[in-house]
Design a protein around this ligand. Sequence first.
Ligand code: HEC
Ligand code: HEC
Ligand code: HEC
Ligand code: HEC
Ligand code: HEC
Length: 259
Amino acid sequence: MIRYQTSHRWDGPDTNPKAGAQPPVQAALTTSGLRSRTGSQLACVRCHDQHSQTNSPFLRVANNSDQLCLDCHRSRNRNSAASGTHPIGVTYATAYANMTSKFYPAPVNANPANPSSAMRLNGGSVICSTCHGIHYSDGNSGNYDSYSSFAGLTPSDGNLLRTDLRGATANAVNICTNCHKGKFAHDKNGQNVQCTDCHGGHVDLGDGTKPNSNLVKRQMTFSSASVRLGTVRRDSRRPRSRPTLPAATVSAKYVIPYR
Ligand code: HEC
Ligand code: HEC
Ligand code: HEC
Ligand code: HEC
Ligand code: HEC
């Protein structure tokens, strides 16, 4: 059984502005015509070197501070949400000290029994791998994410999140309320509009247009307890097979046209 999409892609073009991705520049990632040898495609060997364990597990460069991720995805190496992408390289404890009412003292975990759904700070900082895994990540806090539990992973919407994009109930802990305190779903009449219905982790289109402030999406998806839509960008970004989501009932009045 094929399980979509619990791993970083290893095929397709290495360039995708909507994913903030461009060809890498570090020597270890461009060595010996690596890019042309793979036809400018992603491939295992773009990230791994099967002959060197200098950077375990067979990585071409050390990735303890996301050096690998931040080469290709360097346009998202930003520390302000005004750029349309979640700040990284910010020290969590400092953010908390500055705004104790807006953050938990340390990130919480939707499922404390599962260490793989915990947000991972790096030397105290928020980075890509705080929120994202790379392989075996299904964005479900109920599952232990590891090769040993591959069979138990659920089909994923492909954002490689460590924990839930939406919570099971309106105000259950989700990937945003792991850290951000004092904000709640819109649920007065049972609408169940959660953080990521209005916000994205990244709302930059990569085409130079100005994103909304505060990571507010350009287009809202409408979801309810029984209808769950995927991410907002239902466009040409990832045309390949994705999990089959239930047929959506989208009322026109909730949809702001994609510009
Ligand atoms: C975009 C970069 C990238 C691509 C492409 C990629 N990997 Fe990885 N892989 C990584 C990183 C980073 C890790 C380390 C994960 C960690 O430490 O949690 C890793 C870990 C692994 C591991 C160790 C198991 C684990 O999860 O700890 C194996 C095995 C592996 N990769 C195999 C592959 C194979 C086979 C392919 C191609 C089908 C591939 N990878 C494609 C970046 C990549
Ligand atoms: C060799 C370049 C390269 C490296 C290194 C790389 N990425 Fe990517 N990444 C891409 C490209 C290209 C895409 C867009 C794939 C597509 O078109 O759907 C992408 C897509 C993604 C996605 C969206 C989900 C998906 O698989 O489509 C996430 C999340 C992501 N990358 C995170 C990471 C993280 C975390 C790292 C570091 C461990 C990393 N990337 C390293 C090139 C790279
Ligand atoms: C605070 C958590 C967080 C951090 C930090 C973070 N992301 Fe994300 N990322 C998300 C969420 C949440 C989504 C799913 C967004 C959605 O559904 O709108 C996502 C989606 C993505 C996607 C696919 C969809 C898209 O909009 O492009 C890529 C690629 C990606 N992230 C790459 C990265 C990279 C590279 C970094 C580091 C520079 C990073 N992310 C840091 C939370 C985060
Ligand atoms: C790992 C903890 C963590 C997670 C998870 C997280 N954030 Fe953040 N967020 C932060 C930190 C730390 C800052 C930086 C605060 C600062 O400016 O010092 C921040 C900043 C922001 C800002 C900018 C606020 C401002 O005043 O400039 C927005 C908007 C935001 N986050 C939204 C989100 C959304 C939406 C999610 C869920 C997709 C999310 N965050 C998930 C820790 C987190
Ligand atoms: C109905 C849509 C909607 C929902 C649901 C929503 N937000 Fe927002 N959020 C917004 C808008 C719009 C703004 C910008 C307000 C402004 O610019 O004054 C914003 C601003 C923010 C900011 C930046 C301003 C600040 O107060 O720090 C953060 C952080 C944030 N939201 C986090 C969250 C989190 C976490 C959740 C889920 C618990 C959430 N939001 C749910 C629409 C929403």
